[in-house]
Design a protein around this ligand. Structure first.
Ligand SMILES: Nc1ncnc2c1ncn2[C@@H]1O[C@H](COP(=O)(O)OP(=O)(O)OP(=O)(O)O)[C@@H](O)[C@H]1O
Length: 257
């Protein structure tokens, strides 16, 4: 079943067309890779899906509902979560509190019940603590729960970002270069982790990644962008042998990294 659709999506920044007539039909449960050389328009697509940038043209549809132009927090509530290329954590908060704050995005109690510490609010706070702890466990981060996020090694910060994204109960998870800064061993573990959380949380995943070993191993299909234009779309094997893709990457060495 189709879960997330982008129809003829275009984004212009003044005279620059960062994304041009982009189409995507993400099926429920799929893991799709979005690749392309630097500046191809990949992160812009994430920013369009989450309405961090307003589309210039086109539509974004989630589960049959048009979410184009919807406020970013409503899009989160509709079930889309993301991580960022440049990690965005509260570096002065502990790992636990980072996940807790993300869980609060789904809090149901009113401000009034929070101010007066009413039972409903206290119950919800306890549920949030439990959920945050469970998420840290899922990502093998529980032993770092009291460490400040900013003090964690890069690879662990990336995992903490994923646990924050999961805290909002997403249907669709947008991962923006989750392997950046990871060594080959960590990247291998990340591949297993992405597959595991997809299953455990019934996720549909769109993955931006420069690490081709990761993309080619775990993605079921791949979309390739170059200068905002989709130049190829297919199975990992097809993409690896596509002459246009090889040309786009020529000189970057990324495709066979
Ligand atoms: N807010 C903005 N204002 C103006 N131009 C922008 C803005 N955001 C992105 N761009 C431009 O849009 C193009 C696509 O950028 P984008 O960050 O989406 O590429 P990318 O494929 O994610 O690249 P990378 O792999 O290096 O992260 C680039 O030319 C970039 O400079």
């Amino acid at each position: 079943m189709s879960l997330l659709k982008l129809e003829h999506v275009t984004k212009r920044f003044g005279g620059l067309t960062a994304v041009s007539d982009f189409n995507l039909d993400l099926q429920e449960g799929e893991l799709v890779g979005l690749i392309g050389p630097n500046g191809a328009g990949k992160t812009t697509i994430f920013n369009l899906i989450t309405n961090t940038y307003l589309v210039s043209e086109g539509k974004i549809i989630l589960g049959g509902k048009d979410i184009t132009g919807m406020k970013t927090d409503k899009i989160t509530a509709e079930g889309i979560a993301r991580t960022f290329q440049n990690i965005r954590l509260f570096s002065e908060l502990t790992a636990f509190d980072n996940v807790r704050t993300a869980c609060h995005l789904r809090l149901k109690s009113s401000v009034l019940s929070a101010v007066f510490g009413l039972p409903g609010y206290r119950k919800e706070e306890k549920e949030i603590d439990d959920k945050a702890m469970a998420l840290l466990k899922t990502l093998d981060l529980e032993k770092y729960k009291n460490d400040l996020a900013g003090s964690l090694p890069y690879g662990l910060q990336r995992k903490l970002e994923i646990s924050r994204a999961l805290a909002t109960n997403p249907k669709v998870l947008l991962l923006d270069e989750p392997a950046a800064g990871m060594n080959p061993e960590e990247t291998l573990a990340l591949a297993a982790l992405i597959l595991r959380i997809r299953k455990e949380f019934n996720l549909t995943v769109l993955l931006i990644e420069h690490d081709m070993s990761l993309v080619m191993t775990i993605c079921e299909r791949i979309i390739v962008l170059d200068h905002g234009v989709t130049i190829a779309h297919g199975l990992p094997k097809e993409i690896q042998n596509n002459p246009e893709v090889i040309t786009a990457y020529l000189g970057t060495g990324d495709l066979y990294a």
